[in-house]
Design a protein around this ligand. Structure first.
Ligand SMILES: [Zn+2]
Ligand SMILES: [Zn+2]
Length: 86
């Protein structure tokens, strides 16, 4: 069992394992708090150095990876959520 919370609204989620819990919370956040996550992901300090999907150099806030088109808002949510799942 893994448990985690949405760090925006503190709703708690549980799932069979950590990966499944992260999926659930990311899905919830993209549906319920997309605007807030967008705002966080678009801050220069939160920009990815490299795309988590294709490993291209990024270094600036982008909504989508300029190389592979991965949704970097969702990738940002995933990165942050992983800290809130135990
Ligand atoms: Zn929430
Ligand atoms: Zn990419």
């Amino acid at each position: 069992m893994a448990e985690g919370i949405c760090y925006v609204c503190n709703q708690s989620f549980s799932a069979a394992n950590k990966d499944a819990a992260i999926e659930k919370i990311v899905e919830h956040m993209m549906a319920a708090h997309h605007g807030g996550i967008w705002g966080d992901a678009m801050q220069a300090k939160n920009a990815f150095a490299k795309c988590p999907v294709c490993d291209a150099d990024i270094g600036k806030p982008f909504a989508k990876c300029p190389s592979c088109g991965a949704d970097l808002i969702e990738q940002y949510a995933r990165k942050v959520v992983s800290r809130y799942v135990h």
